[in-house]
Design a protein around this ligand. Structure first.
Ligand SMILES: NC(=O)C1=CN([C@@H]2O[C@H](COP(=O)(O)OP(=O)(O)OC[C@H]3O[C@@H](n4cnc5c(N)ncnc54)[C@H](O)[C@@H]3O)[C@@H](O)[C@H]2O)C=CC1
Ligand SMILES: O=C(O)[C@@H]1CCC=N1
Length: 264
């Protein structure tokens, strides 16, 4: 039995994904803070909703999908009910496996995951790390859970805050760029709907080439950048405005914020 504790945006996306991948609703339990939310999940997915303590006692895999700020309260509630035979998988930004282990009985295996919202379309990037009591079999179990909703990679926990900044938040940076490019289209007199279509399809095309061509991004960009042409005029402005430095600083700030989150 797999239980998802705190079934908000990410928890629901994972729930929908594992059901799409062929698990039966009877293999899943969910918890939610509000009864209307629990009722909506029961109706939408045919899963049972229970109290956190009941989920903790019944499930062999517990997925913690609450906000980092709510993790202490949740762990205080479920701690006494989690047995060492249970695998705890945390999806929260910033929360370390030791933060979780300290609040559970000794030897409970904990795997930390940083996924992202493309879980919704089975294109997630999930980065997993083993805590002190988790071994190969626990990482393999977490991989089995997450693989149907996208790509899964293993990294040491010391890189999880960096992964959060790069791929956890990553989709937001691409959406932000799309927004800015659509504004540019408006500035150039393009109807909004047309600008959106042009930008989205360019993003999709570029993403598929990045994933499937095997070419380095620099070579892909050079292939677009004709001598004396239009693209280099745009690149000069991006460089002049320090966009590369802004990206470095932005992602470093996201990493630093992740480090702060466990402290509340
Ligand atoms: N939104 C994103 O793009 C990503 C979020 N995350 C992580 O996933 C986690 C969840 O994020 P979201 O789904 O965006 O947040 P959310 O706010 O949509 O979901 C959290 C849910 O937990 C519920 N909750 C809180 N305390 C509870 C308790 N004691 N018992 C039962 N339910 C409780 C809340 O009512 C809410 O529905 C966070 O820790 C975040 O760091 C990770 C990667 C990406
Ligand atoms: O912004 C956040 O804190 C979460 C974690 C990664 C993406 N969203």
């Amino acid at each position: 039995m797999i239980a998802i504790l705190g079934t908000g945006k990410m928890g629901e996306a994972l729930l929908a994904g594992v059901l799409r991948a062929g698990r039966r609703p009877s293999e899943l339990l969910v918890t939610a803070r509000r009864e209307e939310r629990a009722a909506a999940l029961r109706e939408r997915y045919g899963v049972e909703s229970v109290a956190n303590t009941e989920a903790a006692a019944k499930a062999s895999v517990l997925v913690l999908a609450v906000k980092p700020q709510d993790m202490g309260t949740l762990l205080a509630e479920i701690g006494p009910h989690v047995s060492p035979g249970t695998l705890v998988v945390s999806m929260a930004a910033g929360i370390t496996t030791s933060f979780i282990s300290e609040r559970l009985s000794a030897d409970v295996p904990v795997v930390r995951v940083m996924s992202n919202t493309p879980v919704l379309v089975d294109e997630a990037m999930s980065v997993i790390s083993a805590g002190e009591h988790a071994g190969e079999e626990h990482l393999a179990l977490a991989e089995e859970l997450l693989r149907p909703v996208g790509k899964v990679t293993r990294l040491p926990e010391s890189l999880q805050d960096a992964a959060t900044a790069l791929s956890g938040s990553g989709p937001a940076y691409f959406y932000y760029l799309v927004e800015a490019m659509v504004d540019a289209g408006i500035l150039l007199g393009m109807p909004r709907a047309a600008a959106l279509e042009l930008v989205i399809q360019s993003a999709v095309g570029a993403a598929v080439m990045l994933r499937d061509s095997g070419e380095h991004p620099v070579l892909l960009r050079e292939a677009v950048t004709s001598p004396g042409g239009t693209t280099i005029s745009a690149i000069r402005e991006l460089e002049k405005h320090g966009v590369r430095a802004a990206v470095l600083e932005a992602i470093e700030a996201a990493r630093d914020r992740g480090r702060e989150l466990a402290g509340g």
